[in-house]
Ligand binder design. Structure first.
Ligand SMILES: [Fe+2]
Ligand SMILES: [Fe+2]
Length: 275
């Protein structure tokens, strides 16, 4: 079997269409909707059910790719202690993660139906699997488990609150169960990063830098931030449970604010007529 697959190798049927996240982030039409004073997941917002459907479809695609990525990490590396090798226990963690992600895919398909949309209704973005293509297994774990699944913690926490606010117990429980698993996955990323790079500070720095790059991309356009207008807020308590230090949480808040400022400046420069 081939090792180190690329995004183009992923098997998808005719329901799935792909787009690039950069195109969505820098689309001036999205800038207009983002610049509304209300965050789209306020239950009082008439567009919130559509925004929730779209976000949960994005999460469903993330679950599929998280399953594919963790599965690849079980297979792509030999057991050992070199930069191209992984401890056997790391593979076991990735196998456990595959089991969880497969369940999340099933939950997400049912949730999609419950929310009134269908598989393939929204385009697929492949950023999660792209982060899972990194040749260094520890960078995969910082990019996928710490950055992207850390973002999943923030999203599930936000949508769990939304499910509660709109009195939808199905949404609430789906989010609550998946949130619990994601805390475990992020913790795996935190633990393996620290364990494997304990005597290799240079590799640790590279891994954290990769995480920062991924975190920044996903804070673009103010998707995640601390203000009321930001749709998704940082779930501090769950981040702590997942092995984030207070300093790392503060840094994440700074990265989000920096990314929002940069994206707004780029959109303003590219589309001077957009307010
Ligand atoms: Fe998941
Ligand atoms: Fe996960």
């Amino acid at each position: 079997m081939k090792r180190m697959l690329t995004v183009d190798d992923l098997a998808r049927d005719a329901r799935f269409v792909r787009t690039r996240i950069e195109d969505a982030v820098f689309d001036p039409r999205n800038a207009v909707s983002r610049n509304r004073s209300e965050n789209p997941f306020k239950p009082t917002d008439s567009e919130s059910p559509d925004a929730a459907r779209q976000l949960m479809h994005g999460i469903f695609m993330g679950e599929v790719q998280a399953l594919e990525g963790a599965g690849r990490t079980c297979y792509d590396f030999e057991v050992g202690t070199g930069p191209d090798e992984v401890p056997y226990a790391l593979k076991l963690d990735m196998a456990r993660q595959c089991w969880d992600e497969a369940r999340h895919v099933e939950i997400s398909v049912k949730l999609t139906e419950h929310m009134g949309s269908q598989v393939g209704e929204f385009a697929e973005q492949t950023f999660l699997f792209e982060a899972a293509c990194n040749a260094d297994p520890i960078l995969r774990l910082t990019g996928v488990n710490r950055a992207l699944e850390g973002l999943a913690i923030d999203v599930f926490n936000t949508m769990r609150d939304y499910g509660d606010a709109v009195a939808d117990p199905v949404l609430f429980f789906c989010e609550d169960w998946m949130l619990a698993d994601e805390v475990t996955h992020v913790k795996m990323g935190s633990d393996w990063l620290r364990r494997v790079t304990a005597d290799d500070k240079e590799r640790q720095t590279r891994a954290l830098e990769f995480q920062r790059t991924v975190d920044k991309l996903f804070s673009l356009g103010g998707f995640r931030g601390e203000a009321d207008e930001n749709p998704v807020h940082l779930a501090r308590r769950f981040r702590q449970m997942a092995g984030f230090s207070e300093g790392e949480i503060v840094e994440l808040v700074d990265v989000a604010a920096e990314a929002q400022r940069e994206a707004e400046a780029m959109i303003a420069a590219a589309h001077p007529t957009v307010d």
